[in-house]
Unconditional design. Structure first.
Length: 132
């Protein structure tokens, strides 16, 4: 049922591969993934809703971008990212009926960032994050 020699060979093989498949992480490593909490803005007056949010957003420092995952077809979606510390902004749009993911490249400058999604039917979703 269980062959100890095969298991030993497998462990030896994995031990040989370990240096190649693992990444060394040190204190100076800036490869960061941050989930950006997204909330829905109700009635345009800033009321927040805790209903299920159809967006998930992450900041990936390795590519300097915001990756958006969406689980609902809103048609055209506009995304805007603002760095309130530097005043920089980035924007783009995508068709959520064609793709459920979108990458918007931004800078890796430190600061307070806000992500704003505006759907075709005028629903607004927002999220905030900080880059050190």
């Amino acid at each position: 049922i269980f062959n100890i020699n095969i298991m030993r060979k497998l462990i030896f093989f994995l031990a040989l591969l370990l240096p190649f498949i693992s990444s060394k992480v040190d204190a100076e490593d800036k490869n960061v993934v941050k989930e950006i909490p997204i909330i829905k803005v109700e009635d345009g007056i800033g009321e927040r809703s805790l209903n299920t949010i159809p967006f998930k957003a992450f900041y990936y420092s390795v590519c300097g971008g915001i990756m958006t995952y969406i689980n609902k077809d809103f048609g055209e979606v506009e995304i805007t990212v603002l760095n309130s510390t530097t005043g920089d902004s980035w924007s783009d749009s995508f068709d959520s009926s064609q793709t459920r993911t979108h990458l918007l490249n931004i800078s890796d400058n430190s600061g307070d960032y806000e992500v704003i999604y505006l759907t075709q039917n005028d629903n607004e979703y927002r999220g905030n994050f900080y880059i050190e």
